[in-house]
Design a protein around this ligand. Sequence first.
Ligand SMILES: [Zn+2]
Length: 256
Amino acid sequence: MWHFFAVKGNILYSKTINELRCIPNGYIVCKSGKVEGVYETLPRDCGDIVIADYGDKLIIPGLIDIHTHAPQYSIRGLGMDLELIDWLNQNTFPEEAKYSDLEYAGRAYTIFAGGLQKSAITRACIFGTIHVEATDLLMDLLEESGLKCMVGKVNMDRNSPEANINLSSGIAPVRTFLDEKIPVGLGTDMAAGSSNSILKAMAGAIQVSKLRWRLADRNLKPLTVEETFYLGTKGGGAFFGKVGSFEEGYDFMRLL
Ligand SMILES: [Zn+2]
């Protein structure tokens, strides 16, 4: 792995919640896994640096999922005509009970970790089950995948837009949270959410904020693209430290 390198392409990242920075044909210079800076032209002292040129591709920070359930991956999309308690009793609890069987857990968590690895998510907060051996196995599989995840008891801050719709759980007043400076990120909340797409969660956050504004409270203006991109990258990334942006000192994780 290169110690000191640059990537070149069309760069997009959040500086603040209201400011997306776009640098066409720009450079991200990285050292020891951290971002040194983003430039329109390569600085002179980087003359002989290794450059990964991605041409006309878009380069954005890795996406952050701050709430999802690994043992529910196999039941995503099921029972979406039910409300929360019935859905838990009919689908979720019977499925999670199967993780007392380590062989089943191994097969299911291997599929989950593989799916996460292929997704646009680079950091995630993940629920397991009460079964310690199965949860240790999940941690090992995620470690092998190269993804840096938090596994364990995750706060019940469902804030996934799709999960809230599917289980009729209401619409989070995200505009109020932001006005009150409460840290906010986005979650996929599988299996109440149907996929491991934070891009979908960004779109969903805007959609439900429009409904809340239209049907419940005209004082809470809908979320913007700039705001939801921030929530899915730098906002959620703050949970892990300097993660989710290309500003100086941030962990370098990128998507093409
Ligand atoms: Zn959840």
